[in-house]
Design a protein around this ligand. Structure first.
Ligand code: 8YV
Length: 324
């Protein structure tokens, strides 16, 4: 089985693939054009796919009939048409669990950074404008006992809720497709409607899997209904928020601030006005960027392909229905 890997991944995963004697192809340069991407997909049997810039849509599957398995180097699979893959019996593996701590750490970091106005203060210091001590200037807000609203309480959301409860004794409310009994039992999390979530949260943090129909779900009408002191955190997918509406809400001080590890579009343009705002903290999609998480992702992606090569079920498969 010939595997195409579009970008180098940590050695922990490469070693597993080599030990399993799988043939690996990695292009010499990493910023592939769409044509190069397609030509490599056509000449290999499986792909270990890093990043979300190339879509696995119907056209892809029609053009690359050789691809028999897809191992994503991500937990998110919004760039894959799962129905199409399943119709062709192509297993799609992802990397859940191993990045939950790292990604929720970034949400937690952003929550505190925004609450304590880290970007604003950091810029002041960098520009040589430390300033005199002023009892009234650059005051942040404390998170103790505040309400954290989680949109999508799965593995990452649970870790975020756990940390916030332990550190700041925050009250956890959540909105999700399913009730999360573990979070209700262990963290006292309370299930609420979407409207209640946006109206009651002091911090609103998104941790759901993104679906196309959720594009711009967090838009002007949502920001208008949030508390004036609310902090909006998105570490999931930029598509969830309408960035112009978020800009208006932030510049008009309709909400306190926002922490983004994902943007819309992504990457964000240097001249995007949102970067000018002092109540925003933007990171370049580094949620899973720890050695531990990336090693775990590399190993799990490799294990998914190794299992496939042996005719076994992928250990982390998004479309398990293909095995029934
Ligand atoms: C990945 C992510 O690093 O797992 C995800 O869904 O967003 C990140 O952890 C990124 O998608 C690169 O593949």
């Amino acid at each position: 089985m010939k595997i195409f890997i579009n970008k180098r991944i940590p050695e922990a995963g490469m070693q597993l693939l080599k030990d399993a004697n799988l043939e690996i192809f990695i292009p010499e340069h990493e910023n592939l054009s769409h044509e190069e991407w397609l030509s490599y997909c056509k000449s290999n049997d499986a792909i270990l796919s890093v990043g979300g810039e190339f879509k696995f849509d119907k056209d892809f599957f029609n053009e690359c009939p050789n691809i028999k398995a897809i191992a994503l180097y991500s937990v998110g699979f919004d760039h894959v048409d799962i129905q199409e893959a399943s119709a062709r019996k192509i297993p799609v593996g992802n990397t859940p669990d191993v990045l939950s701590r790292a990604t929720s750490d970034v949400a937690f970091l952003l929550m505190q950074s925004v609450a304590r106005r880290a970007s604003y203060n950091f810029e002041k210091v960098k520009s040589g404008n430390w300033g005199d001590f002023d009892p009234l200037h650059a005051l942040g807000q404390e998170l103790y006992g505040k309400t954290l609203g989680i949109f999508g309480l799965g593995r990452i959301g649970y870790e975020m809720a756990k940390k916030s409860k332990a550190a700041f004794d925050m009250d956890i409310i959540y909105h999700n497709r399913h009730r999360n009994e573990e979070a209700e039992k262990n963290l006292g999390a309370q299930y609420v409607s979407f409207d209640e979530l946006i109206e009651q949260s002091d911090v609103l943090s998104i941790h759901a899997n993104f679906k196309t129909e959720q594009k711009d779900l967090f838009n002007a009408s949502v920001f208008d209904r949030m508390k004036k002191n609310a902090i909006f955190i998105n570490t999931a997918r930029g598509g969830f928020h309408q960035q112009k509406d978020l800009y208006d809400a932030l510049s008009g001080h309709k909400i306190w601030g926002a922490g983004l590890d994902v943007t819309n579009p992504e990457p964000i343009f240097k001249d995007d006005p949102i970067l000018e705002l002092s109540n925003v903290c933007v990171l370049p999609h580094i949620g899973s960027a720890t050695e531990e998480a990336r090693n775990g992702m590399a190993k799990l992606a490799a294990e998914n392909l190794i299992a496939f090569s042996k005719g076994k079920k992928m250990p982390a498969c998004v479309n398990l229905e293909i095995y029934s």
